[in-house]
Write a protein that binds this ligand. Structure first.
Ligand code: GNR
Ligand code: NI
Length: 167
């Protein structure tokens, strides 16, 4: 396993649309294990492949509490098939926007179809933190980061701060 470097805004890769995965094989599984290790190390609760510089439609997530045993989840070629009319607000962060947080509105619930670690098709109904996190991660696959929902001024200020931090 390996810890991969996580890219931060304004890296132009974060604006790319990720490509569907053709085949769930051992090379992909090894990469997803590295993504998971990178996410735990950060630490974070989710990670999209583009955040470690690979523009493929793969997400990893673990929403278990620190005290519980780990519950890794892998989502390959995920698609949102339904969203609720009800909207929720959550104070979101992102490993590609370090130490910056903002209240973001999203549908409270959604349904997602995807391939799992074994390449098997799955369908889930997401609520709570899972719904928030999976929508945040799926935005990454479309080249969208949560700060893209903020005003131009707020976004510019955040990018300026991060440029200073990473100089
Ligand atoms: O670790 C993360 N925490 C988080 C908190 C609120 C809403 C979304 C997230 S996802 C984020 C990890 C990340 O950047 N995934 O892309
Ligand atoms: Ni993120």
């Amino acid at each position: 396993m390996a810890i991969l470097p996580i890219i931060t805004v304004p890296n132009p890769l974060l604006k790319e649309i990720s490509t569907p995965v053709g085949k769930v094989d051992d090379e992909l599984r090894k990469f997803m294990d590295d993504m998971l290790e990178t996410m735990y190390h950060a630490p974070g609760i989710g990670l999209a492949a583009v955040q470690v510089s690979r523009t493929i439609r793969v997400l990893v997530m673990d929403l278990s509490e620190d005290s519980e045993k780990p519950e890794p989840h892998y989502y390959i070629n995920p698609e949102i098939t339904w969203v609720s009319k009800e909207i929720g607000i959550y104070n979101e962060g992102c490993l590609s926007v370090p130490e910056q947080y903002a209240e973001i509105e999203r549908p409270l619930e959604c349904k997602v179809s995807y391939l799992d670690y074994d390449g098997k098709a799955q369908n889930i109904h997401c609520t709570g933190m899972l719904a928030t996190c999976i929508q945040h991660e799926m935005d990454h696959l479309e080249g969208v980061v949560f700060i893209d929902y903020l005003s131009n001024l707020k976004r510019k200020m955040i990018i300026k701060k991060i440029k200073k931090q990473t100089e």
